[in-house]
Design a protein around this ligand. Structure first.
Ligand code: ADP
Ligand code: MG
Length: 245
């Protein structure tokens, strides 16, 4: 999957979260990790890629196709993607099964039996067989996040977009969720994620997109990024991380 941005600006009020940024990933990128300091624009870029937000200036392309700026078209594009945020993803009043089956029926027009079967299949794949009828509050944080990933995957998304999927989890649950993401990556799912789990980003991604102050400062093969980053900003970021590791 190739992601491309050309002069993209996204403002909140008068603040530019993405500031005339341009980048281009390799055409065969499969897992892209967004790294960089907090406030750099990672969440905003994920939302733009997922068509949850439209840009103010510039253009974004996925595999050469420009993402729409019109709300109606954005809605259509949005349904092609799966999104997982850092926490509070699930509908609290619905069972794990219904959390997955409901959007399959309501948004993706599956009939009730097909939606239920698909939900069961995904829960099993994410190690949640036997938990189908539990509500989110009856699941651990790691189980909730795996259910959220199951829901995102159920409609077979073109892109799985993960915004700090483990930041609300303790180390054991973080490990559970990272294992699942690693498996999806090795099965060929196209993933764009932001994470503070640097060792994981290094292991699972093929491309690093380094963002700071609303700009993509470099788009570098993962191996090279960690040994020989192109920009002093990325070097400083990596040096800062390694101080306590
Ligand atoms: P990151 O995910 O890298 O921490 P964000 O994309 O969340 O960065 O934020 C980029 C900038 O945009 C930050 O300065 C942030 O404060 C600002 N920002 C993000 N979301 C909003 C919002 N909904 N309203 C106003 N400002 C926002
Ligand atoms: Mg963020």
């Amino acid at each position: 999957m190739k992601l491309e941005a050309s002069g993209v600006t996204k403002r909140y009020g008068d603040q530019a979260a993405l500031d005339r940024t341009s980048f281009e990933t390799p055409a065969d990128a499969r897992v892209i990790a967004l790294l960089g300091p907090s406030g750099g624009g990672k969440s905003t870029l994920l939302r733009v890629l997922g068509c949850l937000l439209t840009v103010d200036e510039g253009a974004i392309y996925i595999d050469g196709t420009r993402l729409p700026n019109e709300e109606a078209e954005s809605l259509v594009e949005r349904r092609k993607n799966g999104f997982v945020f850092q926490g509070y993803n699930l509908f609290p009043h619905l069972s794990a099964l219904e959390n997955i089956a409901l959007p399959l029926r309501e948004v993706h027009s599956l009939d009730a039996a097909a939606a239920r079967d698909r939900a069961r299949e995904l829960l099993a794949r994410l190690g949640l067989s036997g938990h189908e009828h539990k509500r989110p509050a009856e699941l651990s944080g790691g189980q909730q996040q795996r259910a959220a990933i199951a829901r995102a995957l159920a409609p077979r998304p073109r892109l799985l977009l993960l915004d700090e999927p483990t930041s609300a989890l303790d180390p054991v649950m973080t490990g559970e969720v990272l294992d699942v993401i690693g498996e999806l990556a090795s099965e060929g799912q196209h993933i764009v994620l932001s994470t503070h789990e640097i060792a994981f980003a290094r292991e699972v991604s093929d491309t690093i997109l380094f963002l700071a102050e609303g700009r993509a400062l470099e788009t570098t093969p993962t191996k090279k990024f960690f040994t020989d980053p192109e920009t002093p900003e990325a070097r400083a970021y990596l040096d800062g991380l390694s101080r306590y590791r």
